[in-house]
Unconditional design. Structure first.
Lengths: 329, 277, 277, 329
């Protein structure tokens, strides 16, 4: 169910939205997330996944989160396996097509221990956008007639899981057509990784923006991790390049390579060997493999640099070489 | 994300038994056959929304042969890229998809282009399809207690709801079923005009391309029917690999086999055989 | 566009008769008084959606005095600019508005920020206002056969519907009317909870600043009431210039007159006296 | 009334949306506009007004157009006075605050000879956006309770002019709140001026984009005028700077100073002396003044360069000097 407008406005009014320095550590930013929150994750599949922030949330032992994202890749496995979330909302969830169906996702969902609430990709986008616009729904023309709709609203495929938000069909008062109304999503916290932003949270995004701009506007708190913190003066020289405004942002954390082993547009591509290794670790016994992986990469390293060291210097250099060459001849 | 290989992990589509290639000069895999036959359905000047895997390979192949002005759209928000040979993207959402693109937009915007009517063809793979072209990439078995939880719809539902569709997939009885376990992406639903009645007046299944032949849909009943068979494939073979009654006209034409040029372009594109093994 | 001077063309607000300035050290115009008194209502760290004219001057003045971190929003899609002295924009939609801004967005996006709740204060002028703070900038006379067709709402309706409002305008009987000829921008409609009942649960009139005093609205009836009088203005004078019964508390405080600093900043901002003559 | 979806799709399908060279002259582009069309105009107030294209349409003696724009300035006067349109749809209409209420607008509307259909600014934006999204309406939370709404939908201010599109209120099926549904606008033709685009119509916009991106997506035809035509290769080097895609565009016309006497972001500011002169010409007898102005600046000059010459070289150089200095220290 979307928030009542008065509730949405009250939550927004209660925030300190002023122009102020918000730079802090991963650990401090993790404190902005409460157990049970709805957490929205920026990026898509293996792109601009805010892995450093996810790493900090896992280490801070958050519990009972509902997590939404446009498309989920290995971070979805991490949410389930770490105990951080038993309820993911997304349109597609697996490590990636080249690695096949996620064994960890299968283990948790097929046993009924975790929910994977599936919406169409456009529905995810419009749910965030409705939240960003301050309206309780947006109309759309897909999902109709499918079991994807039935599963989140009740219908031909049987009653929906009551934990799922409902979508509703309506007859258009102008044209008489059947439309689907998807409910707004206003996440409690959004975590988004950007190429650069200033200490206030004015962020410039290069390349693909996915659903991040709407997510930032929709959320009640936004944590930005960034490859670099730049000055507000630098931002003000090209204001038409700012994609996320400071007024939505509550925390800024500088974390170079903050998406590893995923990519950050223009800076580094996915760390493919590491992704292959993860797939191998979780192939035979997905749960034990994911536990091992969490131990080695999430719990044992003391800092993000330690984490990167375990992934390996050669991997990092290779990912950076590939990632910085996208538009080369 | 539109899944080309959801049933297997990683899905390496094998050459089907029905394909006797020994005497045909250019030897090719079933995946290469799929890519070539799909590419030939794309026309110069069209805009095609393509998933990763066979659809992407086919779209690039079309671009490099008869349709240099073909515009490829990726779900990640990419309009009109030129993917570099040997650097196929792992999904439609990474920077490799953006090389030399005309435009990058948000995911929501690129999907809304479908709804606005700016896309000629949606092109994706499928794990399971039924008589009326409904696709399943969500659950194998009862959705409440699935045997396999698949990755889900991604943009598949949106594309299939809003565009004319080409589906490329392996032709197997377990994939071509009477009724899909779960309608992830709508075809013609229960046939006839049930699709329009559900609120989907535009788009719909146009072609299903497999390693055995090319299928279309009856104008009235909206049931799947064979339009052409690939070289060496018999009506009996295609029926035997289909889980529902699939009509094969007695005079069904035979497709032209892949050419050396088509195959060489594919192999240059995917030298590691990620999608064409 | 939110009109500051819709009734006159070009509107040069004159110093009111009620203002006896001879013995007060800093002489100032009625417009300067309006700008200074309005500026003092803005607080550090706030986000204010400002129209061109007095609202913009007041917002910049606040930025340059007590609220350096004040974020100004313009309807053209501008977030957090620093307007250059001597280069005031002709409307909120030209490039002068964008100088040193934090962010530029589309018009629709900047207005949606209001709806989402990201704006603390909406700040504009008005041609006509009534007891319940409803504003008219569309028609003088019967809308079907108007005496004057004014420029219309621009963003005024959206701002007044969605944010807490400060209105700066000249205090004249023909402008402060019992009922506006046309509700362009909603105040409290018919008072009480009629605004919320119409579907506008958020925002509403906060202050009306004129050259005679500062007005607020009763918490229950939502009728306008005087909160403070400017130096030299009597209760009688303000009532005489108002077209409806405007309560003036016996103990209404008197505002501090504009300081030399405030006036010098204003004059540096608008050396040609476009808005402060 | 918004278009039925089947009609919208058919119109779009019938267009040649392929990647092809669309460069042509102003006169050729004017032929894409039919008498009676709904014409949407890009830019806002005195910014990026596609005046060269308006000039060509006036010279081609188009009639009976309905014209919409976010906010109208002097081009609105031109539409009325030239006979091109008797029905303008916008949120605000006058030359500009510093010049006061437009005398030409008053003359035509107060005499009942022309319509000025007034919507809130956000309503204009969301009507174009609904058209861009392919939905018949979008929900919003302003205009409610006001006479602006009553005038376009019937209500407390009396019955609406039947020529006005209606907005409708609804009770939200999720929250029970009152919402306003504004009908989609899918203009027959949009005219938009940009800083640069390629021959296919891939356009990069600097600075303020106003409602132009939605207008381009919503319209059934788009005519771009551009300060410069650049190569497709140049566009493809920075695809994240493309704001209007070729697939929406039907004509590309290269017209330097194509917004004069209004501004084009980063290149030239408004030609203020000329704007003052126009205000003076139309101050005493608005209609005669506008006729004189049309004669001198629209009908007598043979080319756009002639038009610019009449505005004057000193004016042009001054506007360019001011316009290129926006972010200078």
């Amino acid at each position: 169910m979307p928030l009542a407008y008065s509730e949405l406005r009250q939550r927004t009014k209660a925030r300190d939205r002023s122009l102020r320095d918000k730079v802090m550590s991963l650990e401090e930013a993790a404190k902005l997330v409460q157990d049970g929150d709805h957490l929205a994750v920026g990026g898509c599949t293996a792109s601009r996944t805010p892995f450093a922030m996810i790493w900090a949330l896992v280490r801070a032992q958050k519990r009972g989160l509902t997590v939404s994202r446009s498309i989920m890749s290995t971070e979805g496995d991490i949410f389930y396996a770490s105990g951080l979330s038993q309820h993911l909302i997304t349109s597609w969830f697996s490590q990636g097509i080249v690695w096949g169906v996620s064994k960890v996702m299968r283990a948790y969902t097929e046993s009924g221990r975790a929910r994977f609430e599936e919406w169409s990709h456009m529905a995810m986008g419009l749910r965030y956008r409705a939240g960003a616009m301050g309206v309780p729904f947006l109309p759309m023309r897909s999902m109709l007639g499918s079991d994807v709709l039935g599963r989140v609203s009740g219908g031909s495929a049987g009653p929906a899981d009551p934990a799922f938000a409902a979508a509703k069909t309506m007859e258009c008062p102008f044209t008489g057509e059947t439309l689907l109304l998807v409910p707004a999503l206003n996440p409690d916290v959004a975590i988004i990784h950007v190429q650069r932003c200033d200490p206030y949270g004015n962020a410039q995004l290069d390349g693909l923006t996915f659903m991040d701009i709407d997510i930032a506007m929709a959320a009640n708190k936004v944590i930005l991790t960034t490859e670099r913190v730049v000055s507000n003066e630098q931002i003000r020289r090209q204001p038409d390049q700012t994609k996320i405004g400071f007024f939505t942002v509550d925390a800024v954390v500088e974390v170079p390579f903050g998406c590893a082993p995923h990519e950050c547009y223009g800076l580094y591509e996915p760390f493919y060997s590491h992704m292959d290794m993860y797939a191998q670790m979780t192939a035979r016994d997905p749960e034990a493999g994911a536990r091992d992986y969490l131990e080695r990469f999430y719990h044992e390293p003391k800092t993000w640099a330690d984490y990167l060291s375990r992934i390996g210097m050669a991997e990092l250099i290779d990912a950076q070489r590939r990632g910085s060459a996208i538009h080369d001849d | 994300m539109t899944t080309d290989s959801a049933l297997d992990a990683p899905a390496r589509i094998q050459a089907p038994d029905a394909l006797p290639a020994p005497d045909a000069p250019p030897a090719y895999t079933a995946s290469e056959l799929l890519a070539v036959m799909s590419a030939r359905l794309l026309k110069e000047g069209q805009t095609v929304f393509a998933g990763v895997g066979i659809p992407l390979l086919a779209a690039i192949l079309a671009q490099k042969t008869r349709a240099p002005g073909l515009t490829i759209l990726f779900e990640g928000g990419v309009i009109g890229p030129f993917v570099e040979a040997g650097k196929l993207p792992p999904s439609t959402n990474e920077q490799r998809c953006t090389r030399r693109a005309n435009m990058l937009v948000s995911i929501t915007e690129v999907l809304l282009m479908l709804q606005r009517g700016y896309v000629d063809v949606g092109f994706m793979g499928g794990a399971q399809i039924d008589r009326f072209g409904n696709l399943n990439s969500s659950f194998i078995g009862d959705p409440a207690h699935p045997k396999i939880r698949l990755p889900g719809t991604g943009g598949g539902n949106d594309i299939a709801s809003l565009a004319d569709m080409i589906v490329a997939m392996k032709h197997e009885k377990r994939r071509f079923v009477e009724k899909v376990d779960f309608i992830t992406s709508p075809g013609f639903l229960d046939g006839g005009d049930t699709r329009a009645q559900a609120g989907l007046p535009a788009g719909g299944m146009f072609r299903v391309v497999t390693d055995l032949g090319i299928m279309g849909f009856d104008a009235v009943t909206k049931a799947m029917t064979v339009l052409a068979l690939h070289p060496g494939v018999t009506a009996q073979a295609i029926k035997a690999n289909t889980g529902f009654d699939l009509p094969v006209p007695a005079d069904a034409p035979v497709t032209e086999p892949p050419t050396e040029l088509e195959l060489s372009i594919l192999r240059e594109l995917d030298p590691q055989r990620l999608y064409t093994a």
